[in-house]
Design a protein. Sequence first.
Length: 261
Amino acid sequence: MDHKKRQSLQLGVTGLAGLAMTSEVQAAPIKTPFTVASTYIPIVNSKEVFPVRRVYCIGRNYAAHAREMGSDPSREPPFFFQKPTDAIQYIAPKTIVDHPYPSLTKNYHYEVELVVALKSGGKDIPIEKALNHVYGYALGLDMTRRDLQRFMGDQKKPWEIGKSFDRSAPIGPIHTVQQLGGHFTKENISLSVNGQIKQNATLSHMIWSVAEQISKLSEANELFPGDLIYSGTPENVGPVVKGDLIVCQLDRLPDLSIRII
Ligand code: MN
């Protein structure tokens, strides 16, 4: 086997194992019939950008939200789902970014969430070491086609179509833990629509802390640098229509604003 062939075979294996695929593939002499875009999120006050590997989301992580979704907010094990990496829609601070009302839904909901960005990963990460893997944080929206999520759930079918669609993950820039002066614990998180407060809670109301989320998720999947975790939304989710302005706020982070078009 010649050198080039062996190199690309090794890369293929590396790719299957999910190890640092993007950078190695870019550096390698692999030819592709077309290019596929990678997803990056700006990092505040940095020339570097954050490369996104996977987008995980936790479900029903605030008791009052679990109740409004019709479930019992006990400490049963948390559950996670994923959005495709290219569902990320970057929202620069001090701008109002157009967000198209998606297809197929008549009940399009906002969910404001703290987003955790990982710089390292592993399997079975202990809770007490979990925060060492956090690179930084951002403010995000887990946009949801609620009617489709409910319809599929009622039929005991996967509700992916309600959660994992184009631009379903608006997000602001990433702030490093150092820039923030520490991790998030009990800050205020809120969301308004057309100037009216809809969601308003503190992060201390989370059922599972960020450290617990990382630890639990690492039991199901090995985590890697570039993984994002949307950490769940507080109560009072609700619908928006075309023309609505959503503004999200989280202490220590810039506001995130989108206009539904
Ligand atoms: Mn959510």
